[in-house]
Ligand binder design. Structure first.
Ligand SMILES: [Zn+2]
Length: 212
Protein backbone atom coordinates (compact mmCIF):
# COMPACT_ATOMS: atom_id res chain seq x y z
CA UNK A 1 0.00 0.00 0.00
CA UNK A 2 1.29 3.47 -0.87
CA UNK A 3 1.14 5.79 2.08
CA UNK A 4 3.19 8.66 0.76
CA UNK A 5 3.54 9.17 -2.95
CA UNK A 6 4.40 12.32 -4.88
CA UNK A 7 1.47 14.18 -6.40
CA UNK A 8 2.17 13.03 -9.93
CA UNK A 9 2.22 9.36 -8.91
CA UNK A 10 -1.05 9.43 -7.00
CA UNK A 11 -3.19 8.71 -10.02
CA UNK A 12 -0.72 6.56 -11.92
CA UNK A 13 -0.02 2.88 -11.53
CA UNK A 14 3.16 2.83 -9.47
CA UNK A 15 4.31 -0.43 -11.09
CA UNK A 16 4.15 0.96 -14.61
CA UNK A 17 6.57 3.78 -15.46
CA UNK A 18 5.20 6.50 -17.75
CA UNK A 19 5.82 5.53 -21.42
CA UNK A 20 8.19 7.66 -23.46
CA UNK A 21 6.92 10.11 -26.02
CA UNK A 22 8.12 7.78 -28.81
CA UNK A 23 6.10 4.91 -27.34
CA UNK A 24 3.01 7.13 -27.13
CA UNK A 25 3.44 8.21 -30.77
CA UNK A 26 3.83 4.57 -31.84
CA UNK A 27 0.54 3.79 -30.09
CA UNK A 28 -1.19 6.52 -32.10
CA UNK A 29 0.23 5.09 -35.33
CA UNK A 30 -1.20 1.70 -34.31
CA UNK A 31 -4.65 3.25 -33.83
CA UNK A 32 -4.43 4.98 -37.22
CA UNK A 33 -3.58 1.67 -38.90
CA UNK A 34 -6.31 -0.06 -36.92
CA UNK A 35 -8.86 2.52 -38.10
CA UNK A 36 -7.92 1.51 -41.67
CA UNK A 37 -5.68 4.40 -42.69
CA UNK A 38 -2.01 4.69 -43.61
CA UNK A 39 0.02 6.58 -40.98
CA UNK A 40 2.74 7.21 -43.58
CA UNK A 41 0.62 9.20 -45.99
CA UNK A 42 1.38 12.91 -46.12
CA UNK A 43 -1.65 14.15 -44.18
CA UNK A 44 -1.03 11.81 -41.26
CA UNK A 45 2.73 11.93 -40.98
CA UNK A 46 2.75 14.51 -38.15
CA UNK A 47 -0.50 13.34 -36.57
CA UNK A 48 1.05 11.10 -33.87
CA UNK A 49 3.19 13.95 -32.52
CA UNK A 50 0.23 16.36 -32.64
CA UNK A 51 -2.00 13.87 -30.82
CA UNK A 52 0.62 13.30 -28.13
CA UNK A 53 1.05 17.06 -27.63
CA UNK A 54 -2.75 17.42 -27.38
CA UNK A 55 -2.86 14.65 -24.80
CA UNK A 56 -0.23 16.42 -22.69
CA UNK A 57 -2.59 19.39 -22.64
CA UNK A 58 -5.83 17.42 -22.11
CA UNK A 59 -4.35 15.42 -19.25
CA UNK A 60 -1.98 17.87 -17.57
CA UNK A 61 -4.06 17.64 -14.38
CA UNK A 62 -2.11 14.60 -13.22
CA UNK A 63 1.01 16.65 -12.60
CA UNK A 64 -0.28 18.88 -9.82
CA UNK A 65 -2.12 18.18 -6.58
CA UNK A 66 -5.23 20.43 -6.34
CA UNK A 67 -5.27 20.29 -2.54
CA UNK A 68 -1.65 21.47 -2.32
CA UNK A 69 -2.30 24.22 -4.86
CA UNK A 70 -5.27 25.48 -2.83
CA UNK A 71 -3.45 25.15 0.50
CA UNK A 72 -0.72 27.47 -0.81
CA UNK A 73 -3.20 30.17 -1.73
CA UNK A 74 -5.75 30.83 0.97
CA UNK A 75 -5.93 34.09 2.90
CA UNK A 76 -7.42 34.97 6.23
CA UNK A 77 -10.36 37.37 5.93
CA UNK A 78 -11.68 40.07 8.16
CA UNK A 79 -14.86 38.23 8.94
CA UNK A 80 -16.35 38.03 5.43
CA UNK A 81 -19.01 35.39 5.88
CA UNK A 82 -21.32 35.66 2.86
CA UNK A 83 -21.50 33.18 0.04
CA UNK A 84 -18.76 33.26 -2.60
CA UNK A 85 -20.01 31.95 -5.96
CA UNK A 86 -18.16 31.39 -9.19
CA UNK A 87 -20.77 30.77 -11.87
CA UNK A 88 -20.61 29.44 -15.44
CA UNK A 89 -17.00 28.23 -15.42
CA UNK A 90 -16.26 26.62 -18.78
CA UNK A 91 -15.56 22.94 -18.23
CA UNK A 92 -13.57 20.71 -20.56
CA UNK A 93 -12.81 17.17 -19.49
CA UNK A 94 -12.60 13.67 -20.97
CA UNK A 95 -14.71 10.68 -20.10
CA UNK A 96 -12.71 7.81 -18.71
CA UNK A 97 -14.77 5.19 -20.54
CA UNK A 98 -14.33 6.49 -24.09
CA UNK A 99 -11.63 9.22 -23.84
CA UNK A 100 -13.86 11.72 -25.64
CA UNK A 101 -14.73 15.24 -24.46
CA UNK A 102 -17.14 16.22 -21.73
CA UNK A 103 -18.03 19.88 -22.34
CA UNK A 104 -20.09 22.00 -20.01
CA UNK A 105 -20.06 24.47 -17.18
CA UNK A 106 -19.52 24.35 -13.46
CA UNK A 107 -20.79 26.50 -10.61
CA UNK A 108 -18.78 26.50 -7.41
CA UNK A 109 -19.83 28.17 -4.16
CA UNK A 110 -18.65 28.17 -0.59
CA UNK A 111 -19.53 29.88 2.65
CA UNK A 112 -16.23 31.05 4.18
CA UNK A 113 -15.29 30.48 7.79
CA UNK A 114 -12.24 32.76 7.97
CA UNK A 115 -10.41 31.54 4.87
CA UNK A 116 -10.95 32.66 1.30
CA UNK A 117 -9.07 32.11 -1.97
CA UNK A 118 -8.77 34.14 -5.14
CA UNK A 119 -11.57 33.14 -7.50
CA UNK A 120 -9.10 32.00 -10.12
CA UNK A 121 -7.98 29.33 -7.63
CA UNK A 122 -11.49 27.86 -7.49
CA UNK A 123 -11.48 27.54 -11.26
CA UNK A 124 -7.98 26.07 -11.09
CA UNK A 125 -9.14 23.32 -8.68
CA UNK A 126 -11.81 22.40 -11.19
CA UNK A 127 -9.32 22.46 -14.04
CA UNK A 128 -6.75 20.22 -12.33
CA UNK A 129 -9.41 17.56 -11.81
CA UNK A 130 -11.04 18.12 -15.22
CA UNK A 131 -7.73 17.58 -17.02
CA UNK A 132 -7.72 13.95 -16.01
CA UNK A 133 -9.87 11.07 -17.23
CA UNK A 134 -13.13 11.50 -15.42
CA UNK A 135 -16.70 10.62 -14.82
CA UNK A 136 -18.85 13.64 -14.03
CA UNK A 137 -20.00 12.35 -10.64
CA UNK A 138 -16.45 11.88 -9.40
CA UNK A 139 -15.30 15.22 -10.81
CA UNK A 140 -18.13 17.00 -8.97
CA UNK A 141 -17.33 15.28 -5.67
CA UNK A 142 -13.56 15.82 -5.95
CA UNK A 143 -13.93 19.59 -6.47
CA UNK A 144 -16.32 19.95 -3.51
CA UNK A 145 -14.32 17.69 -1.20
CA UNK A 146 -11.01 19.44 -1.89
CA UNK A 147 -12.43 22.91 -1.22
CA UNK A 148 -14.09 21.57 1.90
CA UNK A 149 -10.92 19.90 3.22
CA UNK A 150 -8.54 22.79 2.55
CA UNK A 151 -10.64 25.89 3.29
CA UNK A 152 -12.78 24.26 5.98
CA UNK A 153 -15.70 26.54 5.13
CA UNK A 154 -19.23 26.38 6.57
CA UNK A 155 -20.35 24.75 3.34
CA UNK A 156 -19.51 23.99 -0.29
CA UNK A 157 -21.76 23.53 -3.32
CA UNK A 158 -20.71 22.35 -6.75
CA UNK A 159 -23.06 21.91 -9.71
CA UNK A 160 -21.89 20.70 -13.10
CA UNK A 161 -23.98 20.68 -16.29
CA UNK A 162 -22.29 18.96 -19.19
CA UNK A 163 -22.75 17.17 -22.50
CA UNK A 164 -20.83 13.95 -23.03
CA UNK A 165 -19.61 13.40 -26.56
CA UNK A 166 -19.68 9.65 -25.95
CA UNK A 167 -23.45 10.13 -25.84
CA UNK A 168 -23.84 12.79 -28.53
CA UNK A 169 -21.48 11.61 -31.29
CA UNK A 170 -21.61 7.83 -30.81
CA UNK A 171 -23.67 5.19 -29.01
CA UNK A 172 -27.19 6.49 -28.44
CA UNK A 173 -26.54 9.77 -30.39
CA UNK A 174 -28.52 12.13 -28.20
CA UNK A 175 -27.32 15.70 -28.84
CA UNK A 176 -28.64 18.44 -26.58
CA UNK A 177 -28.81 16.20 -23.54
CA UNK A 178 -27.14 17.69 -20.48
CA UNK A 179 -26.14 15.70 -17.45
CA UNK A 180 -26.43 17.57 -14.17
CA UNK A 181 -24.58 16.56 -11.03
CA UNK A 182 -24.26 18.32 -7.69
CA UNK A 183 -22.54 17.94 -4.39
CA UNK A 184 -23.69 19.97 -1.40
CA UNK A 185 -21.74 19.95 1.85
CA UNK A 186 -22.28 21.63 5.22
CA UNK A 187 -24.72 24.54 5.20
CA UNK A 188 -25.64 23.92 1.55
CA UNK A 189 -26.88 20.48 2.52
CA UNK A 190 -28.32 21.20 5.96
CA UNK A 191 -29.72 24.70 5.66
CA UNK A 192 -32.62 25.04 3.19
CA UNK A 193 -32.30 28.81 2.89
CA UNK A 194 -28.57 28.65 2.03
CA UNK A 195 -29.34 25.99 -0.54
CA UNK A 196 -32.19 28.06 -1.99
CA UNK A 197 -30.01 31.18 -2.18
CA UNK A 198 -27.35 29.21 -4.06
CA UNK A 199 -29.79 27.63 -6.51
CA UNK A 200 -31.44 31.00 -7.17
CA UNK A 201 -28.04 32.58 -7.92
CA UNK A 202 -27.04 29.73 -10.23
CA UNK A 203 -30.37 29.78 -12.06
CA UNK A 204 -32.22 26.98 -13.76
CA UNK A 205 -30.04 24.57 -15.71
CA UNK A 206 -29.97 25.38 -19.42
CA UNK A 207 -30.25 22.44 -21.79
CA UNK A 208 -27.54 22.10 -24.40
CA UNK A 209 -25.62 25.10 -25.66
CA UNK A 210 -22.15 23.72 -24.96
CA UNK A 211 -21.42 21.11 -27.60
CA UNK A 212 -18.17 22.96 -28.27
ZN1 LIG B 1 -18.01 7.94 -22.18
Amino acid sequence: MNIQTPAAAKTADANEPRPTRDEAEAAVRTLLRWAGDNPNREGLIDTPSRVVRSYREFFCGYDEDPAEMLARSFEETDGYDEMVLLRDIRLESHCEHHMVPIIGRAHIAYLPAGRVVGISKLARVMELYARRLQIQEKLTAQIANTINDVLQPLGVAVVIEAAHQCMTTRGVHKPGVAMITSRMLGAFRDNPSTRREFLAMVGAPRAGGFEG
